[in-house]
Design a protein around this ligand. Sequence first.
Ligand code: MCA
Ligand code: AMP
Length: 493
Amino acid sequence: MQTANLYALFQSRFPTDLSKVFLQQEDGGNLTYGEIDQFSAKLVAILKARNINKGDRILVQVDKSMDAVCLYLACLRVGAVYLPMNTAYTPAEINYFTKDARPALMVGDFVSQEIPNLTLDALSREVKNSEPHYPVEQMEKDDLAAILYTSGTTGRSKGAMLSHDNLSSNALTLYEIWHWQQDDVLLHALPIFHVHGLFVALHCALLGGSTVWFLPRLDVDALIRLIPKSTVLMGVPTFYTRLLAHEKFDKALCRNMRLFISGSAPLLEETFHQFETLTDQRILERYGMTEAGMITSNPYDGERIAGTVGPALPDVTVRICDSQGNELPHGEIGSLEYKGPNLFQGYWEMPEKTAEEIRPDGFFISGDMAISDEQGRISIVGRSKDLIISGGFNIYPKEIESAIDLLPEVLESAVIACPHPDLGEAVVAVIVRQDNSALTEPDIPGQLTDQLARFKLPRKIIFMEALPRNTMGKVQKNILRQSYSDLFTCKSG
Ligand code: MCA
Ligand code: AMP
C-alpha cells in the first residue's frame, strides 16, 4: 500500500547519485542525500528505542544545524509529530507549549523532570553507536506531521496541526509553479522553526534533490558571498532591504540567480522597484500562513506586480468576503478566505477555535483583509486580527499588553505596530503609569524578559496620561498608530 509519509515522497525523488550534497556550509561541512538518509534512519532507531511511536509529539528547540534537519526528517520517518520552537522563546513560553502538547520527548536545553528530554548534541552522539532503522512508517494522508504554534489574538497560542498530505500537496505545488530544477542551489538563511524556512524552502529543495547553502542565520555578507553560487533565495522582506543597502549588491552579483522569493510579511512596493532597478530581476512575492503553508503566489512566468501576492495556487480556492462569508465582487476590500488540500487539520485540542475560523463550507477565515482584481490577483491590504509582523515574526499585542499590565506600576497599556525601515513593523508600547509612579522607559524591558522572547519586547515605550478611547470604551489603536507612524522612519530622524 502506498504511504502518505512525506519522507517517502522525498526519498522517491532523491537524486540517483546519493553522493550529491543536500546541505552545505561555508566552512566545508556538508551532508549528502545518502548521509541524511542514513543519519535520519539512525535517529529513527534511537527514537524507537526510546519508545517513540506514530502520533507521539516531539518538541524541539534547537539552533539551526544540519543535525536539526535530520531530526525533523527522522520524526517524519517514524510518524512522530514535530513541534519546532522559536529559539528565542523563554522557559515560561516553552512551559505553556509543553503543558498544551504533552510531548513524549523534548530535544533542546531543557530541565524538565516530568518529560524525557535531551540535547541535540547528546542525541547526535548516540547516533554514532546506532544501527539505522530504514523502514518508513506507514501514514495516512491526514496523519499529523507537525504542530506549529501560532499566537492567538486573545492570548492563548494555538497549535496548528499539519498533516503529511497538507505538507506534501503544498510542496509539490510550489515545486511546479516555481519551476524547481534539480540543479537549483537554494540559499537558505531563514530559521527552521517556521513554515517559511522549514517547509517552503527545505521541502522544495528536497523534492528537487537540490543542494542548499545552509547558513545558521541571516548574515548579509555571507549572502553576498554565496549569491553568485546560488540560483534561488527565499527570504522575508528584511532580507531584501538589507541586501539593497549593501554596497556590493548589484546586477552582476545576481547573474546566476533565477529566482528571489519574498514572503511572511508585506514587501514594500518601494523595495520591489528598487530591487528591479538594481538587478533587473523582479522579486516573486507570495502569501501564506501557518495554518496552510502557501496560499497565493505571483507567477513564475508572467507579470509579477508590486504590492500583489498573485493569484491563488492552482489547487487552492481563495475568495474575498464580507464578515458573513458572502463573496464580494472584484475590487472590493474584504476578508480573505480560502480552502484547499493545504488547509490544516484544526487547532490542537481546540475544536471550538477551529470551528470559529472555518466556515461550514470549509473555507478558512484568514484574518487578512484583501482585494482581488479581474485576473484574480490578490493584494493584502490589512489585517482584521490585531497582529504585528516584525522581521517576519508574528507578535500578538495582547500577549505583550498582558505582560506589561502585570507590572506593579502600570495602570494599562496598548501595544501597536509602527512602520520600521528594517523590520517592516516594530513593537511600540503606550503605557499609562499608576499615580506617583516613577517608571521610566529603560526600566521596562528588563522586567519582561523572563516571560517574553526578546524579539517581542517593545522597541520604544511611550507614556501617556490616558489611552484614547471611543464612546464604547474601546482603545483607539488607530489614533495611536497615526500619532506615532514616523517614530522609526527618516522623518523623525
Ligand atoms: C531578531 N530580533 C528581532 C527580530 N529578530 N526583533 C524584532 N523582530 C525580529 N524579527 C532582535 C533580537 O531579539 C535581538 O534583540 C536583536 O534583534 C538582534 O538579534 P539577531 O538575531 O542578531 O537579529 P537579526 O539577525 O537582525 O534578525 C532579523 C531577521 C530575523 C533576520 C529578520 O528575525 C529573521 O530571520 N526573521 C525571519 C522570520 C521568519 O522566518 N518568518 C517566517 C514565519 P536583543 O538585542 O534585545 O537581544 S512563517 C510565516 O510567516 C508564513 C507561513 C509565511 O508566509 O511565510
Ligand atoms: P503566520 O501566522 O506566522 O503563519 O503568519 C501568517 C501571516 O503573515 C498572514 O496571515 C499574513 O498576515 C502575513 N503574510 C504572509 N505573507 C505575506 C505577504 N506576502 N504579504 C502580506 N502579509 C503576509
